[in-house]
Ligand binder design. Structure first.
Ligand code: NAD
Length: 473
């Protein structure tokens, strides 16, 4: 029986390993993590992350061929394949602060693997890492172990939160990078390929050299984020001219060379990956003497920041240039629907912007815990563009001015304005007449995700602002 161990039981490690265990009953999978609460949650009824379909897959395999444990060394020691899926955030201090990936978690995992290994192993980069990381990992592994053969593979993960299980069960592609030029490298690639071949069609498993695989992940995220920033830049022009971004995106996307996906204008992209991976790419370009290429990709993040501040400015300027003391009902806080993840969610920046103009916020999100919302808004935020400085809203201001509730109607009662910041399906079908009746007048709607029916809301009496749409007459 092939033994797999995955270091890191997060948004990637947990679902990825659950699907491998589900699809390969003859493989034993143990997911390990240094976090005790996380592993306890993976072993409980309430999993640590919300992801449609995840509960069912975990329940089918847990205790049979899928295990979660804090005993890292014990399980790594006996594994044939070790996936490493630890976090690789942006460095906040020292060389490369604000751009480079912080690989300290990865390095400590690699050193531990070298320390405890008694037999040869395949070590798989599942985390997103800078191109050429495998070279450094190979050195750490071979210099810190005695005569053990390690093969390092790059197998970046392309799942999207909210659709992780569908993406894993039916992936567009699986990418495996390895040392194709050596017999050991080829054998390792084949071993990992055999695992995925249990359910992924042969033609969707792509094998490349290590550096292509590492770089492809950064490039893919940069391209996806670039599409959002591109359509968002056009949304600003739509508002200035009377064009409608939905119509423009639909017309543009009909061109098969462009395609229609990922062309929804919004208040901006979030999530733990897009910004950090582009910054990582920017840093690699700078290190390789390519400042113009670095500046090109930086602009994708700048447009995203601009989109968020443009949204806040529009809101404040529409409401007689002040929201001081006004109640704003915030609908949605996670960075996208169908996840409770709030990392880099645009809601944080929008809420901070409104608080700095002294608004009173009442926030509702169907999945994000209350404490997480309060923590996100009050935690000083690192400014990627000016390393060393942070953006901070005092904790007592947050306590006095932010309330979290568990119902969209409660969040909007007596509000002067509503702000939709996540495209949760339930926000499409709310009783907006009832909501309007219970709001202060004039009642404003600022839809940061273009989920409401603008004409219908205007008919009810709302003053509506939607991203990239003609403004209220
Ligand atoms: P996460 O923060 O949810 O999970 C990482 C886990 O690693 C944490 O539970 C942490 O406790 C654990 N960890 C850190 N150091 C450890 C160590 N030395 N030993 C054992 N456990 C350790 O992160 P994530 O969202 O799962 O992302 C993991 C990687 O996958 C990142 O590189 C990310 O860029 C990449 N990725 C993420 C997504 C996504 O949608 N979240 C998609 C594709 C790729």
């Amino acid at each position: 029986m092939v033994k797999i161990c995955c270091i890191g039981a997060g948004y990637v490690g947990g679902p990825t390993m659950a699907v491998i265990a589900y699809k390969c009953p003859s493989v034993e999978v143990v997911v390990v993590d240094i976090s005790v609460p996380r592993i306890t949650a993976w072993n409980s009824e309430k999993l640590p992350i919300y992801e449609p379909g995840l509960d069912e897959v975990v329940k089918k395999c847990r205790g049979k061929n899928l295990f979660f444990s804090n005993e890292l060394e014990k399980h790594v020691a006996v594994a044939d394949i070790v996936f490493v899926s630890v976090n690789t955030p942006t460095k906040t201090s020292g060389l490369g602060a604000g751009k480079a990936a912080d690989l300290t978690y990865w390095e400590s995992a690699a050193r531990m693997i070298a320390d405890v290994s008694k037999s040869s192993k395949i070590v798989v980069e599942k985390s997103t890492v800078p191109v050429k990381t495998a070279e450094a990992i190979e050195k750490i592994l071979t210099h810190n172990s005695k005569g053990i053969e390690f093969q390092v593979l790059s197998n970046p993960e392309f799942l999207a939160e909210g659709t992780a299980i569908t993406n894993l069960v039916d992936p567009d592609r699986v990418l495996i990078g390895g040392r194709e030029e050596t017999p050991g490298g080829l054998k390792a690639i084949q071993t990992l390929k055999d695992i995925y071949a249990h359910w992924v069609p042969h033609e969707r498993i792509i094998c490349t050299n290590l550096w292509s695989a590492e770089l492809s992940k950064l490039a893919a995220n940069a391209f996806l984020a670039q599409r959002i920033s591109s359509v968002n830049s056009i949304s600003a022009l739509c508002e200035a001219t009377g064009a409608d971004v939905t119509q423009v995106a639909s017309a543009v996307g009909k061109d098969l060379r462009i395609g229609s996906k990922f062309l929804n204008a919004s208040v901006g992209f979030g999530g733990s990956c897009f910004q950090k991976d582009i910054l990582n790419l920017v840093y690699i370009c700078e290190c390789n003497g390519l400042p113009e290429v670095a500046n090109y990709w930086k602009q994708v993040i700048k447009i995203n920041d601009y989109q968020k501040s443009r949204f806040v400015n529009r809101l404040v300027s529409s409401m007689f240039n002040t929201v001081s003391g006004k109640k704003i009902g915030i609908l949605g806080f996670s960075f996208k629907k169908d996840t409770g993840d709030t990392r880099e969610t645009p809601a944080i920046d929008v809420c901070r912007g409104l608080l700095s103009d002294k608004a009173q916020l009442v926030i509702y999100d169907p999945q994000v815990p209350d404490a997480q919302i309060m923590k996100d808004i009050s935690t000083p935020k690192f400014d990627w563009d000016q390393p060393g400085s942070t953006i901070h809203i005092a904790e007592d201001v947050v306590k006095q001015s932010v309330k979290v509730v568990h119902d969209a109607y409660e969040a909007t009662k007596d509000a002067h304005a509503i702000c939709i910041l996540t495209e949760w399906d339930e926000f499409r079908t709310l009783d907006y007449q009832k909501i309007y009746n219970n709001m202060q007048k004039p009642a404003y709607m600022f839809d940061g995700r273009n989920v409401v029916d603008v004409a219908k809301l205007r008919q009810i009496g709302f003053i509506v602002y939607s991203i990239g749409k003609p403004l209220d007459p």
